[in-house]
Design a protein around this ligand. Sequence first.
Ligand code: CU
Length: 346
Amino acid sequence: MTGRPSLAAVAVSACLLAGCGGVQSALAPAGVEAAAIARLTWWLFGGAVLIWSGVMALAIFAARSRPGAAPSTADVPGRRRVTDAERRHETRHARRLIIGGGVVFPVLTLALLLLFTLRMTPPLLAADGALTVDVTGEQWWWRVRYRLPDGSEVDSANEVRLPAGRRTSFHVEAADVIHSFWIPVLGGKIDMIPGRTNVLTVEPTAPGVYRGVCAELCGASHALMAFDVVVMEADEFDAWLRAQAQPATAPAAEPAVTGQRLFRDNGCGACHRIRGTDAIGLVGPDLTHVGSRLTIGAGTLPADVPSLAAWIEEPAAFKPGVQMPSYHMLGEAELGALAAYLEALR
Ligand SMILES: [Cu+2]
């Protein structure tokens, strides 16, 4: 072997490893739980490399050494006869290796790993967060509800904001099929199951914008079901949540005023709620502060006017199978007015 292939291998792995960062990487943790999981991953990886190397070394040793079943009676030309004592010694040796390497070592290693993970799991699943966020997986978006210690609730969708340095417990379930809630930089994934509430607690440590995904194939647009995770400084978060609890402000200028009228006339309020208006639908995402979110359509498009207009005209163009009808019949100006109204809902 020349040095070339290994150089190429290094180059390829460097490129691959360069992908192990960013907003959605379990290997670039931004929270206490994800850091523990990443640590465990590296320990397991290191252990696996060690064990694999040991097994390979043994395999090479076995392939190179003299056959174990050497003829005992006939003399092999050029080789000394194996004595019975040597044979017994060798058998004992082999047995010890098999029992040691094949039984004791794996039982001990796996038992230790089991104890380690059993100890690690309870804090991940504890429901002791200072803040509780209910998240319901739906085909193909996320219903979000912040539940505050004082009993009040704030509804949102397709985006989760969290305070850094505080524990937050997610109570997750599903409205239709099984989904899986996963914010790789913050913690493990947890199944969202219809009729059952699962709990996952995280403590973000680094403010920033990250990404969560659905980690369970849940239908045609499963891959278009993501959400932004915005970790803020704790006091900033408190101010933000207070603002989110407020009803929507009525539009003051055109074209948003027309947009609000179109929203009512086209029956959008049958499926969407905008707190402070007569739109009280609960089928789709709460739009009270949709303009303050980073994306629409569960991480599919930016929350700006052109994207909002394009989405309303034909959501299925961006998300196959989407449970929102198209509004082809609306003209460009009407779509623009609707989009301006929604974008101003901050
Ligand atoms: Cu899903």
